[in-house]
Every structure is written in structure tokens, then in C-alpha cells.
Design a protein around this ligand. Sequence first.
Ligand code: MUC
Ligand code: MG
Length: 367
Amino acid sequence: MKIVQVEAIPFAIPYAKPLEFASGAVHTAEHVLVRVHTDEGLTGTAEAPPRPFTYGETQESIIAVIGKIFAPQLLGMSALEREAIHAHLDRTVGNPTAKAALDMALWDLLGQCAGLPVNGLLGGCTDRMRVSHMVGFAPAEQMVAEAQRIRDTYGITTFKVKVGRQPYTLDVAACRALREALGPGVELYIDGNRGWSPSDAARALRDMEDLGLTFAEELCPADDVLGRRWLVARSPVPFIADESATRAAEVTRELLGGSATAISIKTARTGFTASQRVLHTCEALGVEVVMGNQIDGQIGTLCAAAFGAAHRSASLHAGELSNFLDMTDDLLTEPLTIENGTLRVREGAGLGIDIDPGKLARYRQDR
Ligand code: MUC
Ligand code: MG
């Protein structure tokens, strides 16, 4: 099954409700649809979401690195020799979402070729994920109203609250308002996107000790090497590394260095192959994981759900799989749905990504 063409198609879909957080904001999903075509007529599909404020990638850089470096390496190779393909991709540093999208498109091809769902090929632990919703920056009462709406509409009872603004005023107050409004039955955890200092974070965690948070994520930069170790040693809850641990080697470094005690896995940046490496590292070290969200659209969410549900340890906690609800539209023929706080994986061969040609024509930016 030889690779004969690799497409990187830019598209843009506006958000009905933009997401704001300490390291940036997303108002429009300016993503790249990646399609790997083979000589047997099969096409593997995935999407790459550029996150300039996190990885330095842009839509233009993703298209350039795929078109100029990765596609020429892949053309003529078998879609089944994934390890050999990764040996090529790994020679180029960085570009995580471009590499991840190619990897997931290859798994989609593998599934289609075998006539099996990717969820089953990866491990097939379960067919659904509990969903966690990210609540972005807004005045506290709006954050509360959003969480209540999401709970009442979709049955979601786990919320990741974005912090990293002013710890003693805005952030702690927002978390307190959410706990008071939602009650003790709801799970809350926080993500600072590196917005606090270690000392601010330590005080904020003390101030929130009565709120029953389950995790604290990336509250300060990993480059605050000793400060972060000091903070993590004092954190009353597992401290998740997200953007500081984007590859298995960085996961090892953060965990062994005492700068994290849990890991966010994002298929948008590690695809399925490297996400399994990260997951198995965490399992071997006895560290919890959460399926994170790279502010994914429905294609990316479907991929994250397929991976999370495939693995026992990745499906233990609710996965961040609801960001697409804030978009005005998407590319899938059959939209994803969340019911009773749960997202089901797609059945059928491969990833089950069926793109609506009319929507692609409407949102693509290259024609
Ligand atoms: C998250 O978990 O941090 C915001 C920035 C980013 O890189 O991902 C999102 C969500
Ligand atoms: Mg995060």
C-alpha cells in the first residue's frame, strides 16, 4: 500500500465562543486537514491544529513542512512501515502537530486496510470516554453560567478551569464561585498555562485547599526548574505536565526531575504512535494521565477519543473532548455528539472520519 500523495489543506471555521487562557486565545479554528492517499485508493485523514503560542507552529508552517520536507520523504513508502516513516519524520525537530496528523492518518489507513476500527487496533479497552469541559477566562459569573449550561445540556460533570491571570483575586474567586454553584458532586481541576510564578501558585493552591480540586496543570513554566520542583513537592494534588512534556523524552525528564506527577496526553501533538510511548512510560512509572485537548475540532476530538477509550489508564479520567461544541461548524458529515457526559468512539474501519465535501469546499482557504 504505497503512499502516492500527501495533502495539507488549510481551513478556517470561526468559534461561536472563543477560548481564552494564560498563554493565548483561539477565535477561529485555523487548522490543516491532512490526507494521505495510497495506490490502493485508500485515504487516511487527520487534522493538525496550529498552536503558535505553544509550539510555534502556524497553518503556513504546517503546510510548508509537510509539503517541502515530510511529503517527499513519505512518497513511495508503504503506509504500513510506520516506524520507518517516523525515523524520517524524527530527523526534523519540532513540528509536533504536523507529525501527529501524519501519524494518525497512517493509523486510519491501517484500520481501513485491515477492516478494523483504530480504537480496537490500539487496545479496544472501551467504546466511550467520559468528557471534561474546559472553562476559559471570563468574569466568574460567566464561567459559572457556562459550566452550568454545559452540565445541563450535555451531562458533563468534570471541568478544567483555566487559571493564570491574577491568582489571589480573579482565579481563586472563579474557582470558588464554580465550586459553590456546582456543588461537591462535580469534579474541578485547574490549568495555568504557565501563567503563575511558583510562589503565587503555592499560595493559590493553599487558598483553594477546601475546593477539592483533583489536579493542577502547568501552573508555572518548567523552565523555573527549581521553583517548579519546589512547588510540585508541595502540591496537594497531582501536578500535570502538558506543554512542558510534549514527547516521551520530555515526559521522562519532567517526571524524573520531580517537575510533574501526572501527564496530559494530546493526540494532536503525539499522534497515536508517540502517545502510546508516553502512555506506556506513565504506566510503567505509575503516573496518572489525562487525555488533553489541543483546542481540537471534531476530527481531532474523534482521534483523542479513539486513543483514550482504547487504553485502560487513559480512560480512567474524563478526557477533554468538548471544545468542538464552541465552534460554529465542522467538517464531518455526521457530527460528534455528547450525551450523558459521554462521547462514543466511531465504529467501522479506520477512524471513521467522513468529510462533508460541501463543508470542506466552504471552509478551505486554498481555493
Ligand atoms: C490546554 O490544556 O492547555 C491551551 C493551550 C494549549 O496548548 O492547549 C490548550 C489547552
Ligand atoms: Mg494545558
